[in-house]
Design a protein around this ligand. Structure first.
Ligand code: ADP
Ligand code: MG
Length: 312
């Protein structure tokens, strides 16, 4: 390939909002046969809305929302932003948090100074956890088992396709929060165009399987091409496993959690970051899709294939 033609290709791409790190990147796109799409923020808007709150018997709904919101206010995860936004709207100013911790792909924890003591008694600090039930159970939290009311509420919300987290304090689960996200209007067309290029689209997410399959169905990805409930560290393994099977993998992602997998995809194929996503994902990728419109992924691949055909 002549450098001049490749430079023309990257220049044309830039006009389309596709930023390519080096002209040599175009070469890698030629053999891509599989594209792994991160779900939240890539295929979906990544703007969650809190759709439903189910509390355990005897738990005050406003308190559950206030404590969950207090801890989530310190996190940038789309789940966290939705919970904090709604908690502030309904419960007003959120109490302070000490010792906030983000447990990637699992949840958040922190000590909330005002844990809702009865009127006339001094405020009481409580440790609040918000996250997936398996993680809460690991941490010794009671009340999220298969036979518990909240365990059942959690499963029902997941079966309904919601992204679902549990709120716990004082070692007991108190509420289930169900969240919803919107699929981007352009994602289904993007998936169809990728398929037309002979590339198999897959959906990858840390979210639960039912929510993942619901999004997959909306954009035309088959259930067998959905990889769900993947921990952040395992996204890289999913890409590496496909590569070991002989696939040439492109990956599109936006999150801190996607960075390692994007870099891994770039070793043999291509890493593409949403320009609307995190800097870490952009730095780990070969290509940035400036607008966050997933249709730029097939455009980038088609353009580089055309560029290379002209050269050969
Ligand atoms: P995705 O792959 O969709 O970006 P993540 O790996 O970020 O998902 O998160 C996977 C799961 O971990 C979430 O569905 C949720 O159950 C839990 N989780 C992650 N961050 C948070 C948070 N800030 N609050 C509550 N739960 C969280
Ligand atoms: Mg994401």
């Amino acid at each position: 390939a002549t450098p001049t033609a490749l430079l023309v290709g990257t220049g044309r791409a830039a006009q389309l909002g596709i930023v390519i790190k080096g002209p040599e990147t175009l070469e890698s796109t030629r053999r891509v046969d599989t594209i792994v799409l991160d779900k939240t923020g890539t295929v979906t808007e990544g703007r969650m809305e809190l759709a439903d709150v189910v509390v355990a018997p005897g738990t005050d709904r406003a308190l559950a929302l206030r404590l969950a919101g207090a801890v989530e206010a310190a996190s940038e995860h789309p789940i966290a932003q939705a919970v904090a936004r709604r908690a502030e709207a309904e419960a007003g100013a959120l109490p302070a948090v000490e010792g906030f911790r983000n447990h990637a792909g699992r949840g958040v924890s922190g000590l909330v100074a005002d844990g809702g003591a009865p009127a006339g008694t001094p405020p009481r600090a409580v440790e609040v956890l918000v996250g997936r039930p398996s993680w809460l159970t690991e941490r010794g939290v009671a009340g999220v088992g298969a036979d518990d009311a909240l365990g059942r509420a959690h499963r029902a919300a997941e079966a309904d396709g919601a992204t679902t987290v549990v709120v716990a304090w004082d070692g007991t689960a108190r509420a289930v929060l169900a969240l919803r996200d919107q699929v981007k209007a352009t994602s289904a067309e993007a998936v169809a165009r990728l398929r037309a290029l002979g590339i198999t689209p897959m959906l990858l997410t840390g979210d639960n399987r039912a929510a993942a399959e619901r999004v997959a169905a909306q954009v035309g990805i088959a259930p067998e091409h959905v990889v769900a409930e993947v921990l952040p560290g395992e996204k890289l393994d999913v890409v590496a496993r496909l590569q070991a099977q002989g696939k040439v993998v492109a990956m599109v992602g936006d999150g801190v959690n996607d960075a390692a997998a994007l870099a891994q995809a770039g070793r043999q194929g291509l890493g593409l970051a949403m320009g609307t996503g995190t800097d870490v994902a952009i730095e780990a990728s070969d290509i940035t899709l400036v607008s966050g419109d997933l249709r730029a992924a097939p455009t980038a691949i088609a353009l580089s294939r055309r560029t290379l055909r002209v050269i050969k």
